[in-house]
Design a binder for this molecule. Structure first.
Ligand SMILES: [Zn+2]
Length: 430
């Protein structure tokens, strides 16, 4: 506490003290700027989207013991080399192959992440909150979080949504590439055989409200443009795009237009840049689009060949073909990723930019980005572009932590308020 003297007296006292100190203490040398290595190794790094979950469940993949020469993007050694602190494991249910068993498949994927954490408690720990992430980071363990990719997982039932939250799911992407019964997707918006809703339905708005109340982050990657704007208006908490890049640089409907980037920024959210070649390099995207007819025919032929086997095997075989076709196109330069981060930072704002790799979920990534072990190159790239250590730390994980805390705060507030009567627990059948 300050003694009872006037403000001027305090100021003059401080002035005298500081000038005395200036006389007795040698002038401080300006601190040497931190190297990229120093910044990266002392940061909390959070990635908001990896599809490694399918490997855990379907391939019995062990993150501590990958097979020799494994081409995967994420295991414990690679995470450690890249100083990855937290990963959101994607809970993605292929909508055609698993029709009629969405909840079952969702639960199996969730369980596979728990199994991995239980098998290697010294290396990975489940995390359900922003403080859990910090705790795991202090313990030098990878924090494993769960994010559902595609609202079809809730089978039009808010009770399932709540059950997933209780199991630890902390974000949900409202749609995957398929329009569901309450939200339109960017993936099939031009397909006239699909029944669309002009964005988010009333039940869809209830889903968003219930996510806000629970404390589950609303993720708008994959949704149609109209669903995006409807969701921004409906959500009481900031939203994220867990794995989307810039449409102004690479004209893909999965990417965000500059207006969308600005809107997410204005409302306090974060856009996590996706590294997929088709999302970060316009030339690559066009080349991939040009082969789409031939590629689809090749994939369909293999699907036909495996039509009588289980969906997991069929998916594995068709995925192989998709990767072979993508490999025909030379990988874009690494700088493509930095260009996108830089663009999002300039348009949405440095406080609204993050990383959403899509590890193990795409057939191609730029040159030099072969796994989570290459994450330090992102810090190097940003430092070279003139970003400060403080700004880089925000992109690496600080911004996601801020949004996560805000979502938790909004949830606490909503829980104290009287709950508006949601139209229904289930989407009424048409
Ligand atoms: Zn995705």
């Amino acid at each position: 506490m300050l003694p009872r003297i006037g403000l001027c007296a305090v100021v003059s006292l401080l002035t005298v003290t500081s000038s005395l100190m200036a006389q007795t203490k040698p002038a401080k040398k300006p601190a040497k700027p931190l190297s990229a290595k120093q910044i990266h190794s002392s940061s909390l790094i959070i990635d908001t989207h990896a599809d490694t979950t399918q490997r855990l469940l379907d391939d019995n993949f062990d993150m501590a013991n990958p097979p020799a020469g494994d081409q995967g993007y994420l295991d414990f050694a690679k995470a450690k080399a890249g100083n990855l602190g937290a990963e959101f494991f994607s809970i993605w249910v292929e909508p055609k192959e698993f029709k009629g068993q969405y909840a079952h498949r969702t639960l199996a994927l969730i369980d596979s992440v728990y199994q991995q954490a239980a098998k290697h408690p010294d290396q990975m720990t489940m995390a359900f909150s922003s403080t859990d992430i910090e705790r795991a980071h202090r313990e030098h363990k990878l924090a494993a979080l769960l994010g559902i990719e595609g609202g079809h997982s809730i089978e039009n039932d808010l009770r399932l949504l709540r059950a997933y939250y209780r199991l630890g799911v902390r974000y949900m992407t409202l749609t995957w590439s398929n329009t569901n019964e309450w939200a339109d997707s960017s993936g099939d918006i031009d397909d006239t055989s699909v029944q669309h809703h002009n964005g988010l339905t009333e039940f869809g708005k209830d889903v968003v409200y219930e996510m806000n109340r629970l404390g589950m982050i609303v993720d708008i990657s994959h949704v149609s443009d109209k669903t995006f704007y409807d969701t921004l208006l409906a959500s009481r908490a900031p939203v994220i795009a867990s794995h989307s890049s810039s449409r102004a640089l690479t004209n893909h409907p999965r990417n965000m237009t500059d207006d969308m980037l600005r809107e997410i920024g204005r409302r306090g959210g974060v856009v996590m840049v996706n590294y997929y070649s088709a999302f970060v390099d316009e030339k690559w995207r066009q080349a991939y689009e040009a082969q789409s007819k031939e590629r689809s025919a090749a994939i369909d032929a293999v699907a036909q060949q495996y039509k009588d086997v289980d969906p997991v095997t069929r998916y594995r075989e068709t995925d192989k073909v998709a990767k072979q076709w993508a490999a025909k196109i030379p990988r874009p330069p690494f700088e493509a990723i930095i260009d996108h981060i830089d663009h999002v930072a300039k348009v949405a704002g440095i406080d609204h930019t993050g990383l959403g790799s899509d590890f193990d979920g795409t057939p191609s990534m730029p040159e030099g980005l072969d796994s989570a072990a290459d994450l330090p190159k992102i810090t190097e790239g940003l430092l070279k572009r003139g970003y400060t250590a403080e700004q880089i730390r925000k992109v690496l994980g600080g911004n996601l932590m801020r949004v996560f805390r805000e979502v938790e705060t909004v949830s606490r507030q909503l829980k104290t308020q009287e709950r508006p009567s949601l139209a229904r627990q289930m989407n009424a059948p048409k």
